[in-house]
Design a protein around this ligand. Structure first.
Ligand SMILES: Cc1ncc(COP(=O)(O)O)c(C=O)c1O
Length: 454
C-alpha cells in the first residue's frame, strides 16, 4: 500500500456568532434572493461579479430625503451629485423623481444635457472648469459656483464677451472638521471668502447670488452641518450689510452618510448613521433664521450623492478559492477586486452568504481577485464556511465604486436594475474589444510577429 503524503495539521478556532432576533449572526442569514430574484439565477444569466440596483429603493431614498428637507425649508431642491454614480439610468431615475443635476466637469455636464436636463437645472461646481464649459454653462443658464480667483477672472472675461453681468455663486469653506476641508472655495475664518465676494462685487461684471459649501463626505456628525449653517447665516448677514449682496440660493452640498460602517469606526453604521430627518433638523431651522423676509427667501439646495445611491445597489461575487495563512487565519478569494469596489478603502463592507452554511463562523480575511497584494476587501469578517463557486452578496455598494472603478486585468461587471419584478441591463459587462478600442499597434512595432511568421 502506498504511503500517504504528510499534510500539516491546522487548528482553527471556530465560534458561534452572537445571535440576533432571527436566531443567527447576521452574516450567516442566507441572502438567497436579491431584489426579488434568486441570486444564483442572476449570476447564471448576467455573470459574476454583478451590480444589482433596486429601482424602488432608489426612488424611496430620494423621496425620503426630499421630504425631510422640503417639509422644513420651503423651496428646497435636491441636486444629485453625479460623480457618485453617473450611470445614465440612475441619473434618469433621480431626475424623474425631481432631482436637479450637480456636476463637476464638462463630461458630467454633457451627461446631464444628454438626459435633457435644462441648463437652468444644472449646478456646475468643481475646481477646474474650462473657458468653453463656463461659456456653455452661462449661456444655458446653469448655476455656476466659483472656486478660485482664476475662475473669477475667466468669468469676468466672459461677462465682457456676452455683454452682460453674470450671476455667480461663491464656494466657501470653514474650519469644521479635522483635517479641515480647505481645498474647495474660499475660507471664511481667514477672511478669504469676504475678500473674494468684495472682489467680485466691486469688479462690476459678476453678481454674487449664491453661496455654496460642501463640508466633506460621509459626515455622520450632524453638528458639523449645524456649524456650517450658522457660518453661512452670519457670513450672509455680513456681506449683505457691507456689500449689498442679495442671495437667490444657498447650497449645503452633500456629505450625508449611508448605512455602511467606516473601517475605523467603533460602532456599526446601524447605530451611528444619522437619519435624513436629523440632518434636515439641524440645517433648516438655522438657515431659516437668515437675514431675509418672506419675500426674498433664498432657495436651499442640497447635493447628496452617497445618501441616495449607496444603499440601493448590491454586488454579487463568487468565491474562487480559499487558503490558510501562516497564523491559521482563513483567507477567502472572491472574483471582484478593489478596482470595482474602491470604497473598501473606507468601508468595512458586509459579506453576506447566499447559501445556508450554518451558524458557525470563522475570522476570515477577504481578498479580491486582483494579482496585487493590497487587494484586500476586508481584513476581518466573521464568515461561515464557504466553498469555491458559492456566492457572497455585498450590500450598499452604489456610491463611488462604479464611477471610480478602473479596468485592470479583468473586464468590469454588468449593472442590472430591478424594477417592479423586471430586470433591465443598465450597463453591459465590458468586452475586450471595448477595452482595447482606443489602442493601436503601429506597423513598426510588429517585428516580432513578422519574425515569427517566417
Ligand atoms: C461639491 C460636491 N457636492 C456633493 C458631493 C456629494 O458628496 P456625497 O456623496 O458625500 O453626498 C460632492 C462629493 O464629494 C461634492 O464635491
Amino acid at each position: 500500500m502506498e504511503k500517504k503524503s504528510y499534510v500539516k495539521p491546522t487548528i482553527v478556532r471556530h465560534s458561534i456568532g452572537v445571535m440576533n432576533k432571527y436566531g443567527r449572526p447576521p452574516a450567516t442569514v442566507p441572502m438567497s434572493r436579491l431584489a426579488g430574484f434568486d441570486v444564483k439565477e442572476l449570476v447564471a444569466q448576467y455573470g459574476s461579479p454583478l451590480y444589482v440596483l433596486s429601482v424602488n429603493q432608489l426612488r424611496q431614498q430620494y423621496q425620503n430625503l426630499f421630504r425631510a428637507f422640503s417639509t422644513r425649508y420651503p423651496g428646497t431642491r435636491v441636486a444629485y451629485s453625479y460623480k457618485t454614480n453617473y450611470l445614465k439610468a440612475i441619473c434618469s431615475i433621480l431626475h424623474s423623481e425631481g432631482a436637479w443635476a450637480e456636476v463637476v466637469s464638462g463630461f458630467e455636464y454633457d451627461i446631464a444635457r444628454d438626459l435633457d436636463m435644462p441648463g437652468d437645472k444644472i449646478i456646475f461646481n468643481g475646481p477646474y472648469k474650462t473657458r468653453e464649459e463656463l461659456t456653455r454653462a452661462f449661456t444655458e443658464g446653469a448655476m455656476v459656483n466659483l472656486d478660485n480667483y482664476d475662475e473669477i477672472q475667466v468669468c469676468e472675461g466672459l461677462a465682457d464677451e456676452m455683454g452682460k453681468k453674470l450671476p455667480v455663486g461663491v464656494r466657501v469653506n470653514m474650519d469644521l472638521n479635522n483635517p479641515p476641508w480647505h481645498k474647495f472655495g474660499f475660507n471664511i475664518e481667514a477672511g478669504h471668502a469676504y475678500e473674494a465676494v468684495k472682489r467680485i462685487q466691486t469688479g462690476g461684471k459678476l453678481d454674487v447670488t449664491g453661496l455654496h459649501i460642501h463640508v466633506g463626505t460621509y459626515v455622520d456628525d450632524v453638528n458639523i452641518y449645524a456649524a456650517a449653517a450658522r457660518g453661512l447665516v452670519s457670513f450672509y448677514t455680513y456681506i449683505k450689510e457691507q456689500l449689498g449682496v442679495r442671495l437667490k440660493y444657498w447650497d449645503m452640498g452633500g456629505g450625508y452618510a449611508s448605512h455602511n460602517t467606516l473601517n475605523w469606526a467603533w460602532q456599526s453604521a446601524e447605530y451611528t448613521c444619522p437619519t435624513v430627518d436629523q440632518y434636515a433638523e439641524v440645517i433648516c431651522p438655522i438657515l431659516l433664521n437668515g437675514p431675509f423676509g418672506s419675500g426674498d427667501v433664498p432657495k436651499l439646495f442640497i447635493e447628496p450623492g452617497r445618501a441616495l445611491v449607496d444603499e440601493p445597489i448590491s454586488m454579487i461575487t463568487t468565491v474562487v478559492a480559499q487558503k490558510r495563512l501562516p497564523g491559521g487565519k482563513r483567507g477567502v478569494i472572491v472574483d471582484a477586486g478593489m478596482n470595482v469596489l474602491s470604497s473598501v478603502q473606507w468601508y468595512n463592507y458586509n459579506f453576506q452568504t447566499v447559501q445556508d452554511s450554518g451558524v458557525t463562523v470563522e475570522d476570515t480575511i477577504l481578498y479580491g481577485g486582483l494579482c496585487m497584494n493590497i487587494d484586500v476587501l476586508r481584513q476581518s469578517a466573521a464568515l461561515p464556511p464557504v466553498r469555491r463557486g458559492e456566492h457572497l452578496v455585498i450590500p450598499h455598494v452604489g456610491a463611488y465604486n462604479i464611477s471610480q472603478s478602473w479596468q485592470f486585468i479583468y473586464l468590469r461587471p454588468a449593472v442590472i436594475a430591478v424594477d417592479d419584478g423586471k430586470i433591465h441591463v443598465i450597463k453591459s459587462r465590458e468586452t475586450r474589444d471595448y477595452v482595447q478600442k482606443m489602442e493601436q499597434v503601429p506597423d513598426e512595432f510588429q517585428t516580432y510577429r513578422t519574425v515569427n511568421r517566417k
